[in-house]
Structures are given as C-alpha cells and as structure tokens.
Design a protein around this ligand. Sequence first.
Ligand code: PLP
Length: 409
Amino acid sequence: YGLLLRQDPEMAEVLIGELERLRGGLQLIASENLASPAVLAALGSTLTNKYAEGYPGRRYYGGCEVVDRAEQLAIDRARRLFGAEHVNVQPHSGTSANLAAYAALLQPGDVVLAMALPHGGHLTHGSRVNFSGRWFDVVAYGVRRDTEMIDYDEVRELALRHRPKMIICGATSYPRTIDFAAFRGIADEAGAWLLADVAHTIGLMAGGAVPSAVPHADVVTFTTHKALRGPRGGGIMCTAELAARIDRAVFPFSQGGPLMHAVAAKAVAFGEALRPEFAEYARRVVENARVLADALAAEGMRPVSGGTDNHLALVDLRGFAPSGAVAEQRCADAGITLNRNAIPYDPEPPTVTSGIRIGTPCVTTQGMGAQEMKEVAALVAGAVRAPDAAGEIRAGVRELTAAYPAYPS
Ligand code: PLP
C-alpha cells in the first residue's frame, strides 16, 4: 500500500483496516473467501482501463487483442475445469448471471419453480423485492419439516401442477447435497428448463468435493468469489445449443462493457482451481464443515437437517440463544464474523431469525483443519452463550488467527 499511503492516506487507512480486520478475526461467512495475491494482482491491473463490449474476436472496440487473450483463457480454463460445452465469464455478479439466464430462457410473466427464500433460496429465485419476483410468476418449493431437506416429491408435484417454464435448483443456505439428476428428471417430465444456481458450491464442484450440476442442467450460473476463491463476479455455463442465447442475454441485453480486470482475475482463479491442491482444499472445506457442525451439536447448537454435506452449517439456536441477530452481535463482539440466517419454518422475522449460518471456506484457506474446527465451535458457542466473556473469547480468536493468519506477511 506504499503508493496509496503517499497519495491517499485516508483510503490507504481503510484498506489497511480491512486487512487488519481479516487478520484479527475469524471469518465464518459461508459466501466469503480470501482471494489469492495472484487474483488480487489481476484485479488491480491495467485491464480495468479497457472497453471490450462483445466477445473475443468479435468486439465493438479497437485494441482488444490483449484482453481477448485474458477472456479466452478464462473461458478455456472454466470449460476444462467443469467440462462445460459453453462458458460466459462476463457477468458482473451472481445476480447478473441469473438475470441473464432468466432473460435467455423466459418471457416476463412466465412461471418459474424455485426454492423458497426462507428455506434457503436466493433473492433472485423469486423474492418480491427482486426482478425475479416482480417480473415472473414464481412458485416456491421448500424443505420437509421432519428432515429439513428438499422434498423431491413436492417439487415434482408442484412442477406437474404449475407447469413452470423453468425450474431452479441451488441455494444460499442449504447444507445438503442437491440431487441434480432428480431435478433433471422432474424438469423433463414437466417440460421445463433446468437452471442450477451453484453460486455457493461452484468451488466445491471444481474440486470434485460435491456432485457437478453441469451434466444435468441446461444452464448453470455461479459466482467466482465464494468457495471458488476468485474475484467478486459471476459466470454462466450452458449447453452448446443455448450458447448464443446466453451470450446475447449477457451482452447486449443486460450488461455493457465487461470488467476485463475481473475477467482476468477469474482466469487466474480457474487456473488455481485446476491444480491438484485445489481438490484437496475443496475436500478439506467439506470435512471442516462436517467437524464444525458435529462440534457445534456437541455444544448444544443444533445443525439444521442434522449436519452438512458442503461448506456450511445452518444452526438452529432455539433454546440456546435469544435469536440469530443476538448471536451474530455477540460473535461480532468477540471477533467472530458470521451471519444470522432464517431456519426452515422460522417463527422469527428475517431481521431477527432463529439461526446462524457458518461456513468454512475462509478458515480452510488459512490452513485450519479438524482440530481447529473444534476450537472454532467452542469459541462460537462461548461467544453466544456468555456475552460477558467476550474479551476472553476474543483472546482465543487472536491465538487461533495468529497461528493461521489470513494473508501472512
Ligand atoms: N445465487 C445464490 C444461490 C447466491 O447465494 C448468491 C449470493 O449469495 C447469488 C446468486 C448472488 O450473487 P451476487 O451477490 O454476486 O449477486
């Protein structure tokens, strides 16, 4: 930060403050990660200057021969990583990717079947405050009360009753494996497109730690900044048949010039994910989440659905803490960052909630393993249970993060 310190000390202080926050606390937000210095270098590059509307070899601006190579590398690496027929790496975010997927496959007013937000779905899966709920007729499926897992019989029954034009699978806070083949079968029976939104699990898919949606879905949308550990951004994979529709839905329908520095950083992240170490990372993220969920259960914090198959645990705090919001604040006071989260059939409103969501991508990037997950569970439980002991918990957090620093210098 030397240059920025000299030119703009006010902003340099902000960046240093964020680095200190990352280094000094436990980052347990399931949708976050710590991008590598190589990814950050690409993000902070001169590629931010370039206008490149269009696609490699077909641009509406001159001087794109260099950035074309960046985008082609990103596309080729993603195709290799996921075995996809076609990849678009331009969406600015997961939301932008989903907007383009809707635009490619649907007309306003069409029926969509997607997971209910309070059961783990995302805003872009039909929330009334989002384009998806405003412009489309969204029917929601949820999880069963007893198992807290997706009820495929209910999904099928809703699909055959409402005949959606598109079914969405994939979620924001669902700790279990999603059966993409079952969704494919239901979509075929109902004559619907299948969109898999794997924003959360794409990194685990890349490392082979969870099943891939690519062989089953017509369109797969994703983010690059969660378990995949790339820059903030999105992407879309699809069949060759849908390639032109998807590309047109991104540019020119819903975006202008791509963020070429972000596209280059996505290529760097895909390159990292192609290495054998990344498969080991993805495997450890899932293993750590399992150990963490079990250790939280032993502390008296009930994991929704009884455990996890991926990178996150959703914890039911009823009987343990006043609410998810209170737990979030108590953890924050102790240097632990996580988020309140609705649990299925939550009696509390979304601003309060009865649960928290805890993820392992960041702490696994920092090198923590099973033993440390047990310590993390004890720290979280201690922070939630005993707000008066926040100072003591904070000291424990400092000890752990000093042993496994974020961005070691
Ligand atoms: N889809 C799912 C399932 C998500 O969990 C998220 C983000 O959390 C998104 C889409 C949106 O991603 P973004 O925040 O990049 O718009």
